[in-house]
Every structure is written in C-alpha cells, then in structure tokens.
Design a protein. Structure first.
Length: 208
C-alpha cells in the first residue's frame, strides 16, 4: 500500500490542522527541521491563540506532492537525509540548525545522541549521510561506523566522522572502518557544507 494513499493515513488526513510532531512525522523530518522550513517560509503555518504552531493539512499535502514530484524528476537533493550522531546535545543542535539553514527544503536532518539510538534511526529515518562523532559512551563512533559499513542495507551510507581528538591513529582507524573523511572539532563550517554539497555557489566572475 502506498504511504500517501487515503486508506493508509486516515488519521491525519481527517484533521484540518496538524501539530508540529504530526507534520514532521508525515514529512519524515525532525521537528526542528520543520520549524526552520516554516521560519524560511517554505512551509506555511498558523499560530494558535496559545502561541502553538499548527500546519494546515492542505499545506502539508502540497509540500508532500512537491517533494514526490522532485523525486520522480530525479532531483535527489529533495530527499537528502542527514543524521547527526553526537552525545553533545548543544553541538548536535548547532549542526542541525547549520545544515537545515543551508539546505532549506532540500535537506531533512535529525539527531541521535548515542550509537543505540542511531541504530534505530538507521531503519526509520534512513539517512543517506551520517555525521558521526567518534568519542561517545556505549557504542563509540568506530563501532557504529563498522556496523553501518558491514550491513548490506546501510553500507552505501556516506559517513563523515568528527572528533575533538584528531590524532593520526584515530583518523586512520575511522577511515579504515569506512568513513570518507574525518573532520577535527571545532568544525570548519564551510568545509562541512562543501562536503555535504550545501556550500553556496560562487557568483560568476566578470573577469574573462
């Protein structure tokens, strides 16, 4: 059954307005990403008398149709999903804001605070790119990377490693596990966005 068929989603399609969590679930993004889209004017929302944001059902359906149309036309940027795996909540939220702000509607970003939460989101959020911190409690980044790259369903996922301890040993170890690059913390924002394909394009030069 198609996920957007009327019989598949009767609950939300019978409601005139959706809460942020309901709308985010239908669009398969984190609520913070939804908020950023709304602030940029990409997804229209209304505010209740109590100050709560609500999304008209028709607006969510319009947004879904446009995203599906871009997928069908081969616009892969419309479905780019980035999962941030970092136990530093403030840093993870910063990355979420940075990526969502740079990518706008073309990026869906979410956060996992440890390797175990990430394991669940690999199958529910289905990220195409992972920003992976190396030093985490429980499953560390090396173990997470090894598991992702040795699973047939997730082995093609791009992994961008991050660490505050960019020793030669750590870098070589994570690259050997399958990461494409290891970035030192604090991150160079421009370099990160460039790796993700979200860096702003330079205007053409007037010099021949």
């Amino acid at each position: 059954m198609k996920p957007d068929s009327p019989s598949a989603l009767p609950a939300w399609r019978e409601k005139p307005y959706l809460t942020p969590n309901e709308a985010a679930a239908q669009l398969m993004v984190a609520p913070n990403t939804l908020r950023l889209w709304s602030e940029k004017g990409l997804l229209r929302a209304q505010t209740t008398a109590g100050g709560h944001r609500r999304f008209p059902r028709e607006e969510v359906e319009r947004f879904l149709r446009e995203r599906h149309a871009r997928r069908a036309s081969g616009d892969t940027a419309a479905v780019r999903r980035v999962l941030i795996i970092d136990d530093d909540s403030a840093f993870a939220r910063y990355l979420l804001s940075l990526i969502s702000g740079a990518g706008g509607e073309s990026v869906a970003a979410a956060i996992a605070h440890d390797g175990f939460e990430a394991g669940h989101m690999l199958h529910t959020f289905r990220p195409q790119i992972i920003l992976l911190d190396l030093m985490m409690p429980g499953l560390d980044g090396f173990q997470v990377c090894h598991l992702i790259k040795n699973e047939p369903v997730t082995c093609a996922t791009r992994i961008i490693a991050m660490t505050g301890y960019p020793t030669q040993v750590n870098i070589q170890r994570i690259l050997a596990a399958g990461a494409e690059v290891c970035l030192p913390k604090p991150l160079d924002d421009e370099r990160l966005l460039d790796i993700l394909g979200l860096a702003p394009r330079q205007p053409p030069s007037d010099i021949p």
